[in-house]
Design a protein around this ligand. Sequence first.
Ligand SMILES: Nc1ncnc2c1ncn2[C@@H]1O[C@H](COP(=O)(O)OP(=O)(O)OP(=O)(O)O)[C@@H](O)[C@H]1O
Length: 268
Amino acid sequence: MNNLPDPPSPSLTPTTPAVHAEGLTVARGPRTVLRHLGFTVPRGRITGLLGPSGCGKSTLMRSIVGTQAKVTGTLNVLGRPAGHPTLRSRIGYVTQAPSVYDDLTVRQNLDYFAAILDPGRAAAERRHHHVTQAIADVDLTSHADTLAGNLSGGQRGRVSLAVALLGTPELLVLDEPTVGLDPVLRRDLWQLFHDLAATRGATLLVSSHVMDEAERCHRLLLMREGEILADDTPEALRTRTGTDTVEAAFLRLVDEAADADRTKESTR
Ligand SMILES: Nc1ncnc2c1ncn2[C@@H]1O[C@H](COP(=O)(O)OP(=O)(O)OP(=O)(O)O)[C@@H](O)[C@H]1O
């Protein structure tokens, strides 16, 4: 072991993708749940990760943020291998289950995580500013002094999102952030995602199984049974499949993949 500082991220230019995967395979227990995935997530854009329940979206997100075991193949994130210690402060991750302390208020939750990210008395004013901004970003200013335990499920999810926004991460990995939200809040959150990409240059990887959300993404990764069916823009997907919506495009691709599977089976 040496004590040399980490070299800067190798060749991290604006064109380096935020995520690059090749031959990515992940086993959970005895099962292979992701098989030989190859894809890129461009920087400064919103990439939607879509597919039916159980297809492997959360497993892929866990692999990218470095919390998944039994990952093989190539998986580079912001120019480093996934899970590299220097990536911790550069990635914000929101899981499906909100991780907030019920016995603290919204502001106290944020203060707690801000103190871990940016400790010390000298940083108190900066922390206060970042906490106030993050609460406003997720539209919870009027609930800043409410105990998290007294919030709705959707509001608690937004507290988790505010925590993830605190360190102004370069990459935000959001696992189904709009589940349980009413249409107005869903629209507002998608507006926030677009603002984060446009004004802060953040990269967002957002999973959903609601196909109308796909239309709001710059790019899409469509998944089915541990494989990537398509890696394209919504428009290109609609054009390629001759359909009017991403949902119809997805169904067309699923049918084509099922036909290909049947042909493979019958020629065995
Ligand atoms: N702890 C585990 N041990 C073994 N298999 C698991 C485990 N967690 C998930 N799986 C399996 O891995 C596969 C992918 O699960 P994953 O949670 O990544 O899917 P998902 O697309 O995120 O689903 P959802 O949209 O319902 O959250 C599923 O078939 C699931 O049964």
